[in-house]
Structure formats: structure tokens, C-alpha cells
Design a protein around this ligand. Structure first.
Ligand SMILES: C[S@@+](CC[C@H](N)C(=O)[O-])C[C@H]1O[C@@H](n2cnc3c(N)ncnc32)[C@H](O)[C@@H]1O
Length: 303
């Protein structure tokens, strides 16, 4: 197992470690990425079984290499929203610790060929799983201007969503293909330019969220991870976007006090679920790892 976090620093690693239960027989990482969080679990629980899921086949290849030779580690190319299916296929009944660190990894952001960065000469793709689904360019071509506008304003809070949607449709009709071409079209169309960020930042993030159905995935993932938790299990989620965080918060709060007891006690009042206070990175962590800036971790414990 490689020891370095080359190119990707796990976010909120110390807090992640603190929330882990004393005993872990099965750990499920729903968004394993570079395997930083998983590596810490592998070290701390030398007998634990680790199921590492990622929808990006390049991440899966990297994870297989990183954990090569460790029979207790299974790496799955799949979606977090299907975690119950993967556990069933792997004959794993319940997990003691389930974790998701949402969004894109530094590997994805830093690889210009993937089209996540706005200076990229790569095609407008933005799929985390390049083996399936529509690219960002397909999406721009298929949706109406109004549908695009709605995506930009709800997922990206883009104030000039109408202007930008029109610019995107025009650029696609003119045969523009690369992220940089679309970025330049957005920058040219917008009247107001935010001072500190690129004018295309919110639009590209909104398109990425739509291309990968990131919010739908969070909803499915939470439902299915929750039913896969062992009785004293812990579910932790790090989100980077207020819309994701809102889904996590609502899901956790809704489940407080709602764990049904197993038969024959199922007619008794359900046992409580504890929802811990959300954790944000310290100033020191943000300095060392700027990607952590908008991270928020929420933790639910079935107790
Ligand atoms: C922020 S990175 C995870 C980093 C990881 N915790 C580490 O320590 O290296 C997010 C990863 O989750 C994957 N991902 C995002 N949404 C996913 C989903 N719904 N299902 C499976 N993988 C997902 C991405 O492909 C990416 O590799």
C-alpha cells in the first residue's frame, strides 16, 4: 500500500478519524477517490473488511493499485446510490462505518483531459463515470434554453442565468466543443464579472452537478446507506455545496429517534439516532488544503 497522498489531500481527516467507532468490522467508502480516508481505516482496523466504491474508472484503477495485495479490500466501479446492491452482491449484510466525501477529487480537477477545469482544452465532458451517460456538451445541446437557465440558477446560483444559457446554446450551435471555448463564450456574454472567481465558475459547477446527477445521487446514497448500517453504525458525509449539505442535514434530522427495533420488539418505540454537530475545517487546514474551504461533515450514529 502506497503511503503518500500524491496530488490529493483527504479533507477533515482528523475529524473523520474521531467519528469512527471503536470497533469496525466492515467499512464502506461510497466515494473512495484517492483512498486517503480508506487508507486511514485500513491502518487503524487491521482486520476490517473495506469496500471501496467510486464511479470513476480511473479512480478505481488507482485504488486497486494502492490496495493491491490486501485481500480484505474490495474495490468496486459503481455508484454510491447503489450501495445496497453492491453489499448484497458481495454478501456483506451490514456496515459499521459508511462514509462519503462528495464532489470531485483533485485528480479529476487537475487532469485537463477530464474537462473539469475551466482552462481545459478538453471536450465539455465532465462525467465522473466516462463509461456511461450524457456529456456536458450533449446536455447543452439537448436541453432548451429555459431548462439550461433553470439548472444554472438553481445549481450554480448564477445571477445572469438567462444570458449565460443563451451563450451556451449559441456556442454549441457554432460547433464549439472545448471547456475553454465555452468558458470564453460565458465570460464574453456576462455583464457582471465577480472579482475573485472566474466568470464561468458557477456555470461549470452547475453543469457538472447536472451531468452527474449529483443531488439525485446524494438522495439515493443516503437512503441506501442508512438501511445498510449495523446497529451501532456510523454514517459520515462530507459535502462541499449548500444544496448537498441541505439534503444531508434534512435526511439526518428526519431520522432522529427513528430506528425501529428488530422483531419481536418492533412494536416498542424506536430507538434514537444521534446526529452530531456539523464539523468545518480549521483555518490551518484551509491554508494547507484550500479544497477543504467549503467542506462540511455531518455524522449520524445509530445507537
Ligand atoms: C472528493 S473525492 C474523494 C476523496 C477520498 N475521500 C480520498 O480520501 O481520496 C470524490 C470521489 O467520489 C467519486 N464520486 C462522486 N460521486 C460519486 C457517486 N455518486 N458514486 C460513486 N463515486 C462518486 C468521484 O469520482 C471522486 O473520485
Amino acid at each position: 500500500m502506497s503511503l503518500s497522498y500524491r496530488g490529493h489531500r483527504p479533507v477533515l481527516l482528523a475529524d473523520f478519524s474521531r467519528m469512527a467507532p471503536d470497533q469496525v468490522s466492515v467499512y464502506v467508502d461510497l466515494t473512495a477517490g484517492g483512498g486517503g480516508h480508506a487508507e486511514q481505516i485500513a491502518r487503524r482496523y487491521p482486520a476490517a473488511r473495506l469496500i471501496l466504491i467510486d464511479r470513476d474508472k480511473e479512480a478505481v484503477a488507482r485504488l486497486r493499485e494502492k490496495f493491491a495485495g490486501m485481500e480484505r479490500v474490495t474495490v468496486v466501479h459503481g455508484r454510491a446510490g447503489e450501495v445496497d446492491k453492491w453489499l448484497f452482491l458481495l454478501k456483506v449484510r451490514k456496515a459499521d462505518l459508511i462514509f462519503a466525501d462528495l464532489g470531485v477529487s483533485s485528480y479529476q480537477l487537475d487532469d485537463p483531459a477530464r474537462g473539469f477545469g475551466f482552462k481545459s482544452d478538453a471536450p465539455m465532458d465532465m462525467r465522473m463515470d466516462t463509461t456511461t451517460g450524457e456529456t456536458a456538451l450533449d446536455l447543452i445541446k439537448r436541453l432548451t434554453e429555459k431548462e439550461l437557465q433553470d439548472i444554472l440558477s438553481s445549481y450554480g446560483e448564477e445571477r445572469e442565468s438567462r444570458t449565460v444559457a443563451r451563450a451556451l446554446k449559441k456556442a454549441a450551435a457554432e460547433g464549439k466543443r472545448t471547456v475553454k471555448e465555452f468558458r470564453d463564450a460565458i465570460a464574453a456574454a456576462k455583464r457582471f464579472r465577480p472579482a475573485r472567481i472566474d466568470p464561468a465558475t458557477q456555470t461549470l459547477m452547475a453543469l457538472r452537478i447536472a451531468v452527474n446527477d449529483e443531488l439525485g445521487e446524494v438522495e439515493r446514497m443516503l437512503e441506501r446507506a442508512y438501511v445498510s448500517l449495523a446497529p451501532d453504525g456510523v454514517l459520515g458525509v462530507i459535502s462541499f455545496h449548500s444544496l448537498e449539505d441541505r439534503l444531508v442535514k434534512r435526511f439526518f434530522v428526519d431520522r432522529r429517534g427513528q430506528v425501529p427495533l428488530p422483531k419481536p420488539f418492533d412494536d416498542l418505540p424506536p430507538r434514537p439516532v444521534t446526529v452530531l454537530k456539523a464539523v468545518r475545517p480549521t483555518e490551518e487546514e484551509v491554508l494547507v488544503n484550500p479544497r477543504s474551504r467549503s467542506a462540511k461533515m455531518r455524522v449520524l450514529v445509530r445507537n
